[in-house]
Design a protein around this ligand. Structure first.
Ligand SMILES: NC(=O)c1ccc[n+]([C@@H]2O[C@H](COP(=O)([O-])OP(=O)(O)OC[C@H]3O[C@@H](n4cnc5c(N)ncnc54)[C@H](O)[C@@H]3O)[C@@H](O)[C@H]2O)c1
Length: 370
């Protein structure tokens, strides 16, 4: 198969959908890989590394789209790319269709095959192509929180790990899923006193078993949150209710009860946030202060560490990309149920119910397209 890797053109997106390591795996199976010039540079992969891996470099995005049978990307196509997409072309990338109707309509019109990373789903309902980015964001939340706890950054001036003779900082983590678990590991590793809250007792049992002694598990309810937030130096919001907006576990009135200089990192901001006063921020201006409390609410945290994020993402996507290249999308999806669930729009038809429902469009069961 001919595989194309365009350079991401969305603002501040430095990730790339295929590394030179991935190019080796595809070319040694007899596939042809075409990478747009400088596509990997933002993640630390120069063109020469792709050429050494057997890929070809093309000068423009137009040339990549014109050549490829399968396009692998990171972000959803944006307006200038719509007209480059051809009927029957396979697109494997994050789409997040339900959040943007013009994209959905454009892909229906293109008659391309749109396989979305975010809806590839395992039998246990986990989302293998979203997990790596949650892992990155979870670990980063503590790194960012520690930085903004420094006095010149607006924080309390607390070193999370303390020093001999000085007690460590306190970290409260709301939500013990992928983000919360990775945050807890990082905070615990720095030596902080960590409390992690969840409403799933099974989740808390698991965390209690695997976490070190400086991590406590506490059931999540308003009483417990109010009690613990007063002592916290850093609070991480990592809650998710699938298919719904995040609940506001920290409301505006609670800020007054926190210590001045407390840092809030609301990782769940991309789902509306679990802290009422959080609104999305960017890496250029990541924080704002309300009632002496520092708010960090960057909606695309992994974007700040493109080297790590690209490798983490492609570790997860490449096995699927190889199946798609080896078998073609129809056979690969027929053989692999989780991958089949990634199909959202095929040949002008919406085959993912959530997307059809979001915009009142006709829904075609995916099996009818295979
Ligand atoms: N900002 C970013 O760059 C970025 C990156 C990756 C993920 N995220 C977001 O981070 C959030 C968490 O993702 P995840 O992968 O960890 O999800 P997850 O499903 O693995 O974990 C969510 C956890 O929240 C718990 N929960 C639900 N309601 C709760 C409540 N009232 N109190 C405490 N816990 C509660 C659930 O039981 C679950 O354990 C999501 O909104 C995700 O979109 C953001």
């Amino acid at each position: 198969m001919i595989i194309g890797v365009p350079k991401e053109i969305k603002n501040n997106e430095n990730r790339v959908a295929l590394t030179p390591a991935g190019a080796i795996e595809l070319t040694k199976r007899g596939h042809e890989v075409y990478v747009q010039a400088t596509a990997g540079l933002g993640s630390g992969f120069p063109d020469a590394d792709y050429e050494a891996a057997g890929a070809h470099i093309l000068p423009t995005i137009e040339a990549v789209y014109a050549k490829a049978e399968m396009i692998v990307k990171v972000k959803e196509p944006i307006e200038p790319e719509y007209e480059l997409i051809r009927e029957g072309q396979l697109l494997f990338t994050y789409f997040h269709f339900a959040s943007y109707e013009p994209l959905t309509n454009a892909m229906i019109k293109s008659k391309a095959v749109c396989l979305a990373y975010e809806t590839v789903e395992m039998p246990d309902r986990s989302l293998p192509l979203l997990i790596p980015m949650s892992e990155v964001a979870g670990r980063m939340s503590i790194q960012e929180g520690a930085k903004f706890l420094e006095k010149p950054m607006g924080g309390r001036g607390v070193l999370l790990g303390g020093v001999p003779g000085v007690e460590p900082g306190r970290v409260l983590i709301l939500g013990g899923g992928v983000v919360g678990t990775q945050a807890a590991k990082m905070a615990a590793g720095l030596g902080a006193q960590v409390t992690i809250m969840d409403i799933s007792l099974n989740r808390l049992r698991h965390l209690s078993d695997i976490m070190p002694a400086n991590v406590n598990t506490v059931y999540s309810n308003e009483f417990n949150i109010r009690r613990h937030m007063k002592e916290a130096d850093l609070i991480v919001g990592a809650v998710l209710i699938p298919g719904a907006k995040a609940p506001h576990l920290i409301t505006r009135d609670m800020l007054k009860e926190m210590k001045p200089g407390t840092v809030l990192v609301d990782v769940a901001v991309d789902q509306g946030g679990c802290i009422e006063t959080c609104t999305p921020t960017t890496h250029e201006a990541p924080t704002f202060i309300i009632d002496d409390v520092v708010h960090y609410c960057v909606a695309n945290m992994p974007g700040a560490v493109p080297y790590t994020s690209t490798i983490a993402l492609t570790n997860a996507t490449l096995p699927y990309a190889i199946q798609l290249a080896d078998k073609g999308w129809k056979q690969a999806c027929a053989d692999n149920e989780p991958l089949k669930l990634g199909l959202n729009v095929v040949d002008g038809k919406v085959v993912y119910k959530g997307v059809a429902d979001a915009f009142g469009l006709d829904y075609t069961p995916v099996d009818a397209m295979l």
